[in-house]
Design a protein around this ligand. Structure first.
Ligand code: PLP
Length: 373
């Protein structure tokens, strides 16, 4: 967490905000409710939504992706529906799409990417056009990938969705860190962000539903409460939500510097590692998606290398892939890398938690291990 958000969170905990925001019959509940609604209104303003009811708080972006994709199927389960999703979605979106594909009446198509990480818009177009039963269609495409430095052409995807009356759900967890996002202006149907990616607390996800006719239609996935307009029952994490919106405000003020910093770190890391001819990036860096380096070291088993690092924290794939264990990520497979490389791909990512000097030190630690094999 950023120093500012940490301080804000401490002050919020010290304020008497323990009342349940749904308990409108007593003063403590009403106070918590008022604070949450203020935070919701600020989030809507910062994310370009006119109606604050378009903002739904969840427990994580993983939960929000599950809510949208399962909720879309639930809404249309009698009529049938379709889901078109990219091969490199975060697992929370990918596996939700794969699972609803097994449910009655759902047709699903995975849209491939090429070896540079570009999503095949021609395949997407073909599937969008080929809809003789005019089934409601949800397109699930992330803004920016979390393992490879790739930003999808969300503007073109959004246009295609409008042209073919499909709904566009976008996982912008990584995108918002790098770019300002205005949900309605950019015609997203629904969009998800995660405050712990921009120095807010863990345990909060933010789902934005468009104010426009492009809004992704949903039925609640979790049931048993009226919170979040019935869309996401469960007692709200008042302190976490307030601190998350403070982090969103801070992100808007600091994003340009963060992007510069991530770029400097990534460049220092790469140029230090380039001293070894065994260092290879799976795809080149992109100024659209700074701060992520996806690479492997020839003849090095990724798990062995990770086990020897004592100072550097990098991963094999995303953390949620159980990256330290036996499983490895679907992303190198989607890039079409040979099997022996897929298993040994590493991902380094950078942010305020790391200085340029730290990035150089990390690269040196990796080089030293490789030299002393
Ligand atoms: N989507 C992307 C692109 C991510 O990078 C992550 C986090 O790693 C998630 C979704 C899941 O977010 P959360 O940790 O809030 O569940």
């Amino acid at each position: 967490m950023s120093a500012r958000v940490k301080q804000f969170l401490k002050e919020t905990i010290d304020e008497d905000l323990f009342g349940n925001s749904m308990a409108s019959h007593h003063v403590a509940g009403r106070l918590a409710f008022m604070k949450i609604e203020q935070a919701r209104a600020k989030a809507a303003e910062l994310l370009g939504l006119k109606d604050s009811k378009s903002v739904i708080f969840t427990g994580s972006a993983t939960e929000a992706n599950n809510l949208v994709i399962n909720g879309f199927w639930l809404r249309f389960r009698d009529r049938g529906c379709r889901v078109l999703y990219s091969a490199i979605e975060h697992k929370s979106a990918l596996e939700s799409c794969q699972r609803i594909a097994t449910f009655a009446g759902c047709q699903a198509h995975e849209i491939p990417i090429d070896s540079n990480g570009n999503v095949d818009l021609d395949v997407l177009k073909t599937h969008l056009k080929d809809n003789p039963k005019r089934l409601p269609t949800l397109v699930v495409m992330m803004h920016t990938n979390n393992e490879i430095p790739v930003r999808f052409p969300v503007e073109s995807i959004s246009e295609l969705c409008q042209e073919h009356r499909a709904y566009f759900h976008c996982d912008a967890v990584q995108g918002i860190v790098r770019e300002r996002i205005q949900v309605d202006k950019q015609s997203y149907g629904s969009l998800v962000i995660s405050p712990h990616k921009f120095y807010g607390p863990k345990g909060v996800g933010i789902l934005c539903l468009s104010d426009q006719s492009t809004c992704t239609p949903l039925a609640p996935f979790i049931i048993g409460g009226d919170q979040e307009f019935g869309m996401r029952p469960g007692t709200l994490n008042t302190h976490g939500i307030l601190a998350s919106i403070d982090a969103l405000k801070e992100l808007d003020e600091t994003r340009a510097n963060l992007v510069k910093h991530m770029t400097s770190c990534q460049n220092a890391f790469i140029s230090t590692l380039q001293a070894s001819p065994k260092f290879h990036r799976t795809i080149p860096t992109s100024h659209h998606a700074p701060g992520i380096v996806n690479f492997y070291l020839e003849n090095w088993d990724a798990l062995t290398l990770l086990s020897k690092l004592s100072k550097t924290c990098i991963n094999r794939g995303a953390s949620c892939t159980g990256a330290g264990g036996e499983k490895f990520s679907h992303v190198p497979r989607a890039l079409g890398l040979p099997l022996e490389i897929q298993a040994n791909v590493l991902r380094a990512s950078f942010g305020w938690g790391c200085s340029v000097e730290n990035a150089v030190e990390a690269a040196r630690e990796i080089l030293d291990i490789c030299r002393n094999k």
